[in-house]
Design a protein around this ligand. Structure first.
Ligand code: NAP
Length: 236
């Protein structure tokens, strides 16, 4: 596994619990990915992950949309209900409006315990209502962990435009991806997938630091890995 342990130790400054995962992901291993939410972010990331050789099952509340999307991508892509995608995935991506997270957490409760979830969701008060105010006050990483209990959450892909998410592979490693997570194994698995689609992952700390991974913060937008380390070093 390819964990940036040095950056992790320096930046987070605290111990991160290592939970045992239901599978062992080795560098370069092709994984099954369950995509919960297949809109702009879910479809862009899912497409990039299929191009990288992973198998992706897309899901939303409209199976027919996911079937069309999977057909347009071709081999490696499939469609299912959110429960089917959650059961299919070694790793899950969640890319839904923040206001949908309580339902997602409840509907998938038995399937997400102990699973790595890469959380791209952002709380926007004007779109998501009161839950966004709560999440922003608590910090988006800790809030997502509360809404998706038992999952090993890694926040990532929160503050770059979906239109760019499928482009990083053209210049591998040129753009950094700030991430936050409490579980070292989950961070390692997420880092591998992030690298697979062309980004250089930079762990800025535990889930508590996820509050910095939303649009409108200094880490938002595209930065090199080194720039992200410098910005993260100045965050409180
Ligand atoms: N757009 C960006 O550039 C961008 C960048 C970074 C992060 N984000 C964040 O990523 C998340 C997704 O953004 P997006 O732009 O991809 O939104 P989007 O295009 O509106 O897609 C949202 C997806 O979630 C699905 N969905 C909604 N409620 C659901 C539920 N209860 N269960 C399962 N699926 C559900 C929707 O499909 P159905 O309605 O058919 O269920 C749709 O597939 C948001 O939190 C956003 O803030 C967006």
């Amino acid at each position: 596994m390819n964990l940036n342990r040095r950056g992790f130790l320096i930046i987070s400054g605290s111990a991160i619990a290592v939970a045992s995962l239901p599978f062992v992901a080795r560098a370069g291993e092709k994984l099954k990915i369950g995509m919960i939410g297949s809109g702009r972010v879910g479809s862009a990331l899912g497409n990039a992950l299929v191009l990288a050789g992973h198998e992706v099952m897309f899901s939303s509340r409209h199976l027919e949309d996911d079937q069309s999307l999977a057909e347009s991508i071709g081999a490696g892509a499939s469609a299912g209900t959110p429960r089917e995608a959650a059961a299919f995935g070694d790793v899950l991506f969640v890319a839904v409006p923040y206001s949908a997270l309580p339902d997602v957490g409840e509907d998938l409760a038995d399937l997400i315990k102990g699973k790595v979830i890469i959380d791209a969701c952002n709380p926007f008060p004007n779109r998501d209502g009161e839950i966004a105010d709560w999440a922003r006050e608590k910090g988006a990483g800790l809030a997502s962990a509360e809404l998706l209990p038992g999952a090993l959450i890694v926040r990532a892909f929160n503050a770059i435009g979906s239109a760019r998410m499928g482009a990083a592979y053209q210049e591998p490693g040129a753009v950094g991806m700030p991430i936050a997570g409490d579980d070292a194994e989950a961070v390692a698995v997420a880092s591998g997938l992030i690298r697979d689609i062309g980004y250089e992952p930079v762990l800025i700390g535990g889930l508590e630091m996820g509050r910095h991974l939303i649009p409108g913060t200094p880490l938002a937008g595209e930065h090199s890995a080194e720039e992200i380390r410098q910005i993260a070093a100045g965050l409180e």
